[in-house]
Design a binder for this molecule. Structure first.
Ligand SMILES: Cc1cc2nc3c(=O)[nH]c(=O)nc-3n(C[C@H](O)[C@H](O)[C@H](O)COP(=O)(O)O)c2cc1C
Length: 461
């Protein structure tokens, strides 16, 4: 729980919403993926509600799937490239944080550093980079590879990638530029730092050709949950997107990750853990149940089966009928490890059929789904928050814009009543919203350490 006792809230925007049948819902924008005004509307709704950030996920592919199923689904099929969208939204908003995914498996660190640094300048300090390693074989095939990187290998690459990006973000000191037209001095040469990185995956001379950003560095977010992911996140991430399906899971993950952060000498309060959460809210619990059943009724069985296979890492489910008990001996794939484990644990614990698991996963691709009255939803969120299950949530509206409007209209007043969420922004930058310090550049740190060491040697014994 954050020192100020307030939750942090992100709005995770999947074009039409996170439920697999969201695009068919009467209150969703079916052409959302390429409808800029739709994104302006929902981002401004989140800003009016004082959310910390909006988040845009990304896959660099159209996933490989049975065409019958794929042609009935809107999930990550056709939508804007997220950083292009982020810079456009920066121009029509003033406070809300702007976070998007960029994969470390199918990008170069110099490009990623430059793009997010530029968005941080354009937005006045509101940029965040969601570091992922990608999880789909289809992504590899768009970048000259037949096979995706193995799980461990892609996280090793991600670790070095993060090291290079943060190094490039420190290329210029805050006060490097003088732009003195009289003397003709544009910047102080001693305040520019080439990186000269030589590593197993990357060799990057630097410096970056974008000045140090308003936030010092854009915020680093990381999504995932496996041991490999935690090893990178504990060293670099400042916000964690994860997918626990129970408070017990959430508390275990929270304690483990905060402990690992401390083992790097970092302050655990400077890392915010925000599980993905999809809320189906009704005016009453019965109303919410009806709304949930309506959404579920829009699911095409082939889509449910395909999304389950995708979430489990494209394991072959064809030998099993949906009415069979969920097969619990499926092989772990090279895709997502934590989501696979969470879903299998849920199926084992609740003895679910494959159909029941598929309909559960349909809600938010294996992330937690809760439904109920505004009070029910606020109480469940408060329970996770007050019991060190999280520092806030990455909200996944089931359908958009309707699902977000419902949350803002019905649940937010409850969170305000409980004193759990801000009623106005504390500052202008994403770091100020999240309560994250502005990091000094490594060169400024080195200089002050040299100075204090010199002082110590000068000081009379
Ligand atoms: C809230 C959330 C958002 C995510 N966003 C993305 C994304 O935008 N792109 C992506 O490739 N993977 C995304 N993922 C998946 C993770 O990057 C990762 O592949 C997955 O969680 C499994 O990680 P693990 O194998 O380390 O357990 C997201 C996961 C979560 C929980």
């Amino acid at each position: 729980m954050n020192a100020d006792g307030k939750m942090r809230l992100g709005a995770f925007f999947n074009p039409t919403g996170h439920h697999v049948a969201s695009w068919r819902h009467p209150r969703s924008q079916a052409d959302a993926g390429i409808n800029f005004q739709h994104y302006v509307e929902i981002t401004r709704t989140a800003e009016r509600a004082k959310f910390d950030m909006v988040f845009f996920a990304d896959n660099v592919c159209v996933r490989e799937a049975n065409m019958e199923a794929l042609s009935r689904s809107a999930q990550y099929i056709a939508n804007f490239e997220p950083l292009t969208l982020l810079s456009a939204l920066a121009a029509v908003t003033t406070h809300i944080g702007l976070v998007a995914t960029a994969s470390t498996s199918y990008n170069e660190p110099f490009h990623v550093a430059r793009k997010f640094a530029s968005i941080d300048h354009i937005s006045g300090g509101r940029a965040g980079w969601n570091l992922v390693t990608s999880g789909q074989e289809a992504e590899a095939k768009n970048f000259g590879r037949e096979k995706h990187y193995a799980h461990g290998e892609r996280y090793e690459r991600a670790r070095e990638f993060a090291e290079v990006v943060t190094g490039l973000w420190d290329s210029w000191d805050d006060d490097a530029f003088v732009r003195d037209k009289v003397s003709g001095q544009f910047f102080h040469p001693e305040k520019l730092h080439p990186l000269n990185h030589q590593g197993d995956n990357f060799s990057v001379r630097g410096p970056l050709n974008v000045p140090r950003t308003p936030q010092g560095r854009p915020v680093i977010v990381q999504a995932g949950g496996s041991e490999d992911m935690i090893a990178v996140a504990a060293e670099f991430a400042e916000v964690i997107f994860c997918a626990p399906l129970s408070l017990e899971h959430a508390k275990t993950f929270y304690a483990n990750l905060k402990g690992r952060v401390a083992s790097y000498g970092r302050d655990p309060d400077q890392v915010k853990i925000m599980p993905g959460l999809s809320c189906i809210v009704g005016r009453t619990a019965e109303d919410a149940q009806e709304r949930y059943e309506h959404l579920q009724s829009l699911i095409h069985p082939m889509v449910a089966r395909e999304i389950l296979a995708m979430v489990l890492g494209y394991v072959d489910l064809s030998p099993y009928s949906l009415d069979d008990p969920m097969p619990l001996n499926l092989p772990q794939s090279n895709m997502s490890q934590s989501t696979f484990q969470n879903v299998m644990d849920m199926a084992r614990k609740e003895k679910l059929t494959m159909k029941e698991v598929a309909l559960r996963v349909a809600g938010a691709r294996g992330k937690a789904v809760i439904k109920g009255s505004p009070q029910d939803i606020a109480d469940q969120m408060e329970e996770w928050f007050r019991n060190d299950g999280c520092d806030g949530f990455n909200l996944m509206p089931p359908f958009l814009p309707g699902g977000l409007d419902d949350f803002v209209e019905l649940v937010l007043p409850e969170l305000h009543r409980h004193g759990l969420f801000r009623t106005d922004y504390e500052g202008r930058t994403l770091r100020e919203h999240l309560g994250l310090k502005r990091p000094p550049s490594r060169y400024a740190v080195a200089r002050s350490e040299t100075r204090s060491a010199a002082k110590r040697t000068r000081a009379p014994a």
